[in-house]
Write a protein that binds this ligand. Structure first.
Ligand code: E4P
Length: 221
């Protein structure tokens, strides 16, 4: 499973890239607003960090088909690793089909049920983004949607990648991986959480103390 960061903060992206665990980045207008920088400049800076290790999703904000297509063409023209993120509305589906025919990769976002996901795959979306945390927040089971979409994808042989989005905690990442999601995109805080375990720290501390108890002339370093 690929690991994406769901952020527009460059320091977080740089740090994750240095750890060698980052396969891509997703952004959205809320995250872009928080970044406090010009949109294009920020997306290009993210795109440069990601390079050929993966993709960067940049979201369109028009709600009509032509506007979505125009914005998608624009953002994807900035760099080869940029994917246009388009909401799963009837217009979004129409735009995605057209863009897919042009070879432009679309991340179909704001997907909340299996029929939306199926239609996104049929339209030729490169990624389909079910929002599991927001479904959980609404009293539904977000993971069920991941399971359904992975099943639909494999049943019909769609190439669309299932991108588990709106991840809130490490168990979401584990469950998405167990269910066969292609990608999980997560906030930086969750990425930090999944890399750590208190027993690793305690174990390391003990190993270092025991190592230090070996006389120096008996150790190679
Ligand atoms: C995904 O691409 C979205 O940007 C994101 O995962 C939304 O997450 P949220 O529900 O935490 O805002």
């Amino acid at each position: 499973m690929q690991i994406f960061l769901d952020t527009a903060v460059l320091d977080e992206i740089r740090q994750a890239a240095e750890w060698g665990v980052l396969d891509g980045v997703t952004t959205n207008p809320t995250l872009a607003a928080r970044a406090g920088r010009a949109f294009k400049e920020n997306i290009l800076a993210i795109s440069e960090i990601i390079g050929d290790r993966g993709t960067v999703s940049a979201e369109t904000v028009s709600t009509d088909v032509e506007g979505m297509i125009e914005e998608a063409r624009l953002v994807t023209s900035w760099a080869p690793n940029i994917v246009a993120k388009i909401p799963c509305t009837p217009n979004g589906l129409a735009a995605t089909r057209k863009l897919a025919e042009e070879g432009i990769r679309v991340n179909m976002t704001l997907v909340f049920n299996a029929t939306q996901g199926l239609l996104a795959m049929k339209a030729g979306a490169y990624y389909v983004s079910p929002f599991i945390g927001r479904l959980d927040d609404a009293g539904q089971n977000g993971m069920e949607l991941i399971e359904q979409l992975v099943h639909i994808k494999h049943t019909y042989g769609f190439e669309t990648q299932v991108l588990a989005a709106s991840i809130r905690h490490p168990m979401h990442v584990v469950q998405a991986a167990m269910l066969g999601a292609d990608i999980a995109t997560m906030p930086f805080k969750v990425l930090q959480q999944i890399m750590k375990h208190p027993l690793t720290d305690i174990g390391l501390q003990r190993f270092l103390e025991d190592w230090a108890s070996i006389p120096e002339e008996m150790r190679p370093f």
